[in-house]
Design a protein around this ligand. Structure first.
Ligand code: NAG
Ligand code: NAG
Ligand code: NAG
Ligand code: NAG
Length: 525
């Protein structure tokens, strides 16, 4: 049996046929508040400064700014890692990569994905009676049982990994620029291409590839339509729903129509940001029309801007990571500097989440899992430990207590993948290892190990410019606490049930609509 059997069940399934759980775990016999609908929208590579409500220079996010004024805006909210797959794995498990096994990105040819004995948010909520859907970028394994339909999502519509991991006929703006997918038979190789592979980017609906290459220009519109259809159908069915939307924005290639004059300017990025904002606005409008009183909408990002993409990357706002950038390299995506993982975050739930409130609580994408499970009245999966916390009291405006301690895993710029060498403790932040990601100028900061960590006081120095003097009383007071919490978490992880992801690669697992078509195109030309 296993996933092949399920695959037969799922093939061709559309909205009209949600996969209902074989066993009914529904709420009959128990009295409690109705289970809320949960909509999670995760932006890709969006900077903290790309939200107008955070950063006045950004003026192209009217829908998100409105959501901020109607809900809660978090200013000290962090991605669980500063790169795609680990961040998404933590969102869906509430666990850091050292526990759930996902410490770096999966490839087009990756055999594995998020380990199968990790339990996803969708699996927990599905068992609690929810209709579940994922729309957008998955990036947690696409081969066999790693596909979203086998990880708790009744419905899936989207791309299996980032949209620069495959050619398209509408390549959009990127550095280096990429040509369209090959159009004719025969050997086709372009020596300068290093951002797209020769295999076209597929678009899935459940287990079927419905378009390959996907047309990036139409993706935002299709995501909005599918999200609206799901919300509509799930509400009509009377069941609570979980909708997880992994946006293609603001990852390159950017496909928004650029302004005609000077298309290479920062305004291209802003055109794309504006397109993303409209997409979020459409999803929010649908929620408002269909299920306003009983839906938590949570918007955030997977990591900071991809600085090496120059003017096609977003803004970190005031989080410059100056100690790093002075030595070369960027202090954004892939790093543990604030610009790498401090992300925009908004919660919206009229009547429950207070309006027009800014929260300074230290929170994380890791908290989505325990919070959503608590709101649904479900239980955390047994036999493992979690890094997230239930933030519902903060969401409801009854508490400001977030994490006292948060660990930022290495995400590619320096050190071993997933290792916890940056520690946040209250408003202090300690680095045992530093290193920059590739910057726009091509530089990468040197990897440096700090036996006595660099400690910054973020209250006085959000730009992480000058570490505390090692001899200062403040440094001496913070150091033993940092040493202690780091030793504690490592001991906890050593005794936890941790999973290993399979990162082996095999070209035969590449998604392919039609192996007889060049670039795996779906249609004959
Ligand atoms: C992609 O979609 C856009 C709008 O949705 C359309 O104008 C364009 O012709 C399409 N391009 C291709 C190559 O199909
Ligand atoms: C939100 O709060 C700010 C001050 O904190 C105020 O200027 C603004 O008018 C408020 N907006 C709404 C929609 O209530
Ligand atoms: C690990 O799983 C076993 C059962 O498989 C359980 O007995 C044990 O308590 C678990 N450990 C943790 C830290 O939850
Ligand atoms: C997943 O499976 C591995 C290998 O069997 C095991 O060591 C680990 O504890 C499991 N993880 C969880 C969360 O149960």
């Amino acid at each position: 049996m296993g996933w092949l059997f399920l695959k037969v069940l799922l093939v061709g399934m559309t909205f009209s046929g949600f996969l209902y759980p074989l066993v009914d775990f529904s709420i009959s016999g128990r009295t409690r508040a109705p289970q809320p609908n949960i909509v999670i929208i995760l932006a890709d590579d969006m900077g903290w400064g790309d939200l107008g409500a955070n950063w006045a220079e950004t003026k192209v996010t009217p829908n998100l700014d409105k959501m901020a004024s109607e809900g809660m805006r978090f200013v000290d909210f962090h991605a669980a890692a500063s790169t795609c797959s680990p961040s998404r794995a933590s969102l869906l498990t509430g666990r850091l990569g050292l526990r759930n096994g996902v410490t770096h990105n999966f490839a087009v040819t990756s055999v594995g994905g998020l380990p199968l004995n990790e339990t996803t948010l969708a699996e927990v909520l599905q068992r609690a009676g929810y209709a579940t859907a994922m729309i957008g970028k998955w990036h947690l394994g696409h081969h066999g049982p790693y596909h979203p339909n086998f990880r708790g999502f009744d419905y899936y519509f989207g791309i299996p990994y980032s949209h620069d991991m495959g050619c398209t006929d509408t390549p959009g703006y990127n550095h280096p620029p990429c040509p369209a997918c090959p159009q004719s038979d025969g050997l086709w190789r372009s020596p300068e291409r290093d951002c797209y592979t020769d295999v076209a980017l597929p678009l899935y609906e459940n287990l079927n590839i419905v378009e390959q290459p996907v047309n990036l220009s139409g993706l935002a519109r299709m995501y909005a339509e599918k999200a609206a259809e799901f919300i509509e159908q799930a509400s009509t069915s009377g069941r609570p729903f979980l909708l997880y939307v992994g946006l293609a924005h603001m990852h390159v290639p950017l496909s928004a129509t650029p302004p005609l004059e000077n298309p290479r300017s920062q305004r291209l990025y802003h055109a794309s940001l504006h397109e993303m904002d409209s997409l979020v606005g459409r999803i929010k409008d649908k929620v408002d029309h269909v299920a306003k009183e009983n839906t938590l909408l949570w918007f955030t990002g997977d990591n900071g801007p991809w600085a090496q993409k120059c003017e096609l990357a977003g803004s970190t706002g005031p989080f410059f990571g100056l100690w790093q950038t002075r030595q070369g390299g960027s202090a954004a995506k892939q790093t543990t500097w604030e610009g790498g993982h401090r992300v925009p975050a908004l919660a919206y739930w009229p009547g429950r989440v207070p309006a027009n409130v800014t929260s300074t609580a230290l929170l994380s994408v890791l908290d989505v899992f325990p919070t959503a499970i608590a709101l649904a009245g479900a239980s955390l999966p047994p036999n493992r430990n979690f890094d997230g916390l239930d933030a519902s009291e903060v969401l409801f405006g009854r508490s400001q207590a977030g994490h006292r301690v948060l660990f930022h895993p290495n995400s590619g710029a320096a050190g071993e993948y997933g290792a916890l060498q940056t520690v946040r403790l209250d408003h202090h932040k300690a680095f045992y290892i530093t290193g920059g990601a590739k910057a726009c100028d091509g530089s990468t900061g040197p990897e440096q190990h700090h036996a006595s960590p660099l400690i910054f006081n973020l209250e006085d120095d959000v730009a992480e410019a000058v570490p505390l003097q090692r001899g200062s009383p403040e440094y001496q007071a913070v150091l033993p606490k940092v040493t202690r919490v780091l030793a504690d978490v490592l001991l906890d992880i050593a005794h936890d049930n941790s999973s290993q992801a399979d990162y082996t690669q095999d070209p035969s697992v590449t998604p392919c609509c039609d192996p007889y078509q060049i670039a795996c195109r779906c249609q004959t030309m």
